[in-house]
Design a protein around this ligand. Structure first.
Ligand code: ARG
Length: 587
């Protein structure tokens, strides 16, 4: 079997050789700094940095490298441009051969990770008896994409849904449940009326002192383990879990009830943890509250910033639970990589938790923890995404709206589908649109939620990629129908006609980028790189298909082009599935 090489990897040894010739062996492993180029296939940007160290002109350095780069099987041409860029053009035959290897490999050139890790991904994490909002949507969608991608690379992915199922609000929630009656409460929560339930409890708590007193007493009973109180608490947790599952099913995310490890799971560990830290002198009392002081965190007056782990009244909080959780993930789950897919506002909190775990030696290399932070979802008015009444938008309403908008688009664009197929397609496009919009922008940035644009089949949308994929399936169907043979070449060759050759070559070159982009997402945890890659593939396909007849080509060329279609469809479907987006066969 031919070993698959992506372009950067194939060029690396060439640069090593050239650098040795030009500047000596000590420069051999210099990173060529390869980037996409608009003038050639790739651009190497190393000359500028090297020039400083060599005290030479960047252009002269670039010329020396260019002169030493071997032109041959891999590299067809090299050209020095501007202040010292190297424009690199790969050999057509190399591209065809590399794409052939990719076609034959069931993993399309993306190897399994040589050293698989145990990756804990903390994502979704909605709160019991509270509505899931767009922040939870982001965490769920981003976390799920990362879970899929890391799993595909062969890592052991351990999903942890850190559901907010404990804390003082449960006093008022339980009392409100009793006021309503269990049956009424169940039917409200069962259909996802979470925010009105929560709000009603809150209103009573704030306005009715007797209710507030009952709620506070209930918190004491809950913490004391009173069986009836625990039963009522369990009821609330259960109802919400069922509701979360419904949302996950509709979204098509891989989270299951078994992935839920709520905050309450860590309750038994909290007191011992605090005692241990206090005894070991690692935590100190600060105005009767027990605190740890992770190094490097300072307050406004440069005083060490505390992370409070036990309140004055003896209660534990969000931070205590997170410390117990990180320890559990390291000691029991044996994680070597922990990802927190949590919004940017919790940056300091998580940084302090991670720093504390390092300081106490719980978290040590090679194990590491990363905050996969994300920005906010904005409305078209560029403000926080809210309903007209100023409430949080219910996730289920959002899903409904997306599917509805997608249905309009589907009815307008897709002919000849029966009603069931059409409705299923609208779901795939609508959910895919939400996910793609979320995943396709740099996650740290805010993005604007603009449903009409998101569900379109053009532009930077999921629909554009789904459409390219479905179009290829339709080419297969039509070819099969008309010629009753669907023969796929097993190796790629390029057409003679210049325009067609260029379009074929450009498509294959794009496809070769799969391995690099998957590895880039694996390290940077930036799914938008994969989204951009898929858009580029879909675009290259569209240019190819406009320039190159498939069904109408003579048989040998037809089967080569059918194979090009096949590899394209497989790469698009793989990419979409890693993003958690469906690839419907017909659109
Ligand atoms: N439940 C929290 C929220 O809704 C998110 C929890 C994130 N995970 C964690 N380990 N702190 O904001």
């Amino acid at each position: 079997m031919t070993e698959f090489h992506d372009p950067s990897e194939a060029l690396r040894p060439l640069f090593q050789a050239a650098l040795t010739v030009a500047f000596g062996a000590e420069f051999a492993s210099e990173d060529p700094i390869l980037r996409p180029s608009t003038h050639a296939d790739l651009q190497a940007n190393l000359a500028m940095g090297l020039a400083k160290r060599l005290k030479k002109q960047p252009r002269a350095v670039a010329e020396a490298i260019a002169a030493a780069l071997p032109i041959g099987d891999v590299l067809a041409a090299v050209e020095v441009a501007g202040p010292g860029f190297l424009n690199l053009t790969l050999a057509d035959a190399w591209i065809a051969a590399a794409a052939t290897a990719m076609l034959r490999d069931p993993r399309h050139g993306v190897p399994l990770a040589p050293a698989p890790e145990r990756v804990v991904i903390d994502y979704s994490a909605p709160n019991v008896a509270k509505e899931m909002h767009v922040g939870h949507l982001r965490s769920t969608v981003i976390g799920d994409a990362l879970a899929r991608l890391l799993g595909w690379r062969g890592h052991t992915v351990i999903r942890q849904n850190h559901v907010g199922d404990w804390g003082t609000p449960f006093g008022m929630l339980i009392e409100h449940l009793l006021d309503l009656g269990e049956a009424q409460a169940s039917s409200e929560l069962g259909v996802g009326e979470l925010s009105s339930f929560y709000k009603a409890a809150r209103v009573k708590f704030d306005s009715d002192p007797a209710f507030a007193e009952r709620a506070r007493h209930r918190v004491v009973q809950l913490q004391g383990g009173d069986p009836e109180t625990l039963r009522l608490w369990g009821l609330l947790v259960d109802l919400s879990r069922r509701y979360f599952s419904l949302v996950y099913d509709r979204l098509g995310v891989t989270l299951t009830p078994g992935d839920i490890k709520g905050e309450s799971f860590y309750n038994p560990a909290l007191a011992p943890l605090c005692d241990e830290l206090e005894r070991g002198g690692k935590a100190t009392l600060n105005q009767d509250a027990l605190c740890v002081f992770p190094e490097g965190f300072l307050g406004r007056n440069k005083e060490p910033l505390p992370l409070m782990i036990r309140k004055k009244d003896g209660g534990f909080g969000y931070a205590t639970t997170d410390l117990a959780a990180i320890r559990h993930r390291l000691d029991d789950l044996k994680a070597t990589r922990i990802l927190y897919v949590v919004g940017a506002p919790q940056e300091q909190h998580l940084a302090m938790v991670i720093a504390t775990a390092k300081q106490f030696g719980w978290l040590a290399p090679p194990a590491r923890a990363e905050h996969v932070k994300f920005g906010s979802v904005l409305g078209t008015d560029k403000r926080m995404f809210k309903t007209r009444q100023g409430d949080t938008v219910r996730l289920v309403d959002l899903i409904d709206a997306a599917v509805e908008a997608a249905e309009k688009e589907v009815r307008a664009n897709c002919q000849g589908l029966d009603e069931d197929t059409l409705l299923a397609l609208s779901r795939d496009v609508g959910i895919g649109a939400i996910k793609f919009a979320d995943l396709s922008s740099d996650r740290v940035k805010d993005y604007v939620f603009e449903l009409e644009r998101m569900v379109e089949f053009k532009g930077r949308t999921g629909g554009y990629i789904q459409y390219a994929h479905a179009r290829i399936q339709s080419i297969f169907r039509k070819t099969q129908e008309e010629l009753s043979e669907l023969s796929f070449a097993e190796a790629f060759t390029l057409a003679e006609a210049p325009e067609q050759r260029a379009a074929e070559r450009a498509l294959l070159f794009r496809l070769l980028g799969l391995r690099e982009v998957i590895l880039a997402v694996e390290t940077s945890l930036q799914p938008h790189l994969l989204c951009t890659f898929l858009l580029e593939v879909a675009e290259a396909f569209s240019t190819f298909y406009n320039a190159c007849p498939v069904k109408g080509a003579e048989p040998a060329q037809r089967s080569v082009r059918l194979a090009m279609c096949k590899l394209t469809a497989e790469v698009l479907a793989t990419g979409l599935s890693l993003l958690g987006i469906q690839a419907p066969p017909r659109m």
